[in-house]
Design a protein around this ligand. Structure first.
Ligand code: MN3
Length: 297
């Protein structure tokens, strides 16, 4: 079971102008092969399907716990996309002015045709996320190796999206995700080392560029966030600490398990987009009418 909190783990900067094409690029970090939907679903299915859990409990705890964290990552990328798309077309209630005309030239039409300028489970070209991105072979060594590779691929995608835009919202999200993805890379490297004695951490970082090169990520790492796995359950997944221990392979600092989810912030409010009928095709004054029906005043 998942317990959900109405919080997200980062506080977004105030969005600048809408950046619809950067939002399209960000979609790759959500619904791409190496996106957050893939990490979420890979670890979720691996945890559901885990055979020999009793014998290999620490590995099960690690995968199940990281799966839970990934939910907050799809949430972060979605809000980043939503903030970057807010105000991307001309707000208003008069369709005869062609308020969506700028959208014709934007990278991803689905944002305007199938959603209210909001995130979708698709990649940067609009290809739907699909279940073939999930690998859950049931062979622990193979799955851990796959997860290590998946996180390195995810890291490469994040770096490239970071290089495609200087939008502050995109960079805040990518900075945080680089740090957390970095934790997961190290976690799977440690898991492989426990299973095989091979020091996988010695080949890090992949790609060969430190998180410290990214100002937003560097700031987060200065607070030690790259050393921490948050145990996302009141009573369970405690044995992940049998894998997440020792030191960080890049800077030698001690690793730590913190009980409970990371600090959270209220999700940003998304303004109405009346030209898209979102939340509905309201005429001015109608919202007040709703409030009256809901609250009787
Ligand atoms: Mn992630």
């Amino acid at each position: 079971m998942i317990e959900r909190h109405d919080k997200i783990p980062i506080q977004f900067p105030k969005p600048g102008d809408a950046s619809p094409d950067a939002a399209a690029a960000m979609q790759h970090l959500l619904g791409g092969k190496f996106g957050e939907l893939s990490t979420l679903m890979n670890y979720t299915f691996q945890s559901f399907n885990f055979r020999g859990r009793k014998e290999m409990r620490p590995f099960y705890d690690l995968v199940a716990n990281i799966a839970t964290e990934e939910y907050s990552h799809i949430e972060i990328v979605s809000y980043a996309i939503n903030l970057m798309l807010s105000g991307a077309t001309k707000r208003g209630t008069d369709p005869s002015t062609a308020p969506l005309k700028d959208a014709v030239h934007n990278r991803l039409s689905y944002h305007y045709l199938d959603s209210a300028q909001t995130a979708l489970p698709v990649d940067s070209m609009g290809n739907p996320w699909n279940g073939s991105y999930v690998t859950a072979t049931g062979n622990l060594k193979m799955d851990m190796l796959h997860n290590f590779f998946l996180e390195c691929g995810a890291r490469a995608n994040k770096i490239r999206v970071y290089e495609m835009t200087s939008d502050p919202v995109a960079r805040a999200a990518v900075g945080y995700l680089l740090v957390r993805g970095g934790v997961h890379i190290v976690a799977y490297a440690k898991a492989l080392q426990k299973l095989t004695d091979v020091e996988v951490g010695k080949i890090l970082p992949i790609p060969d560029i430190s998180n410290k090169k990214f100002p937003e990520a560097r700031k987060i790492e200065e607070n030690g966030n790259h050393l921490v796995i948050y145990r996302q359950s009141p009573n369970d997944y405690k044995r992940l600490a049998e894998i997440w221990n020792g030191t960080h392979p890049e800077d030698g600092q001690p690793l730590q398990v913190i009980d409970g989810p990371p600090p959270g912030f209220a999700p940003p409010e998304l303004p109405e987009e009346p030209q898209l009928g979102a939340p509905s095709a309201m005429e001015p004054g109608e919202l007040a009418e709703f409030a009256k029906r809901l609250f009787g005043k």
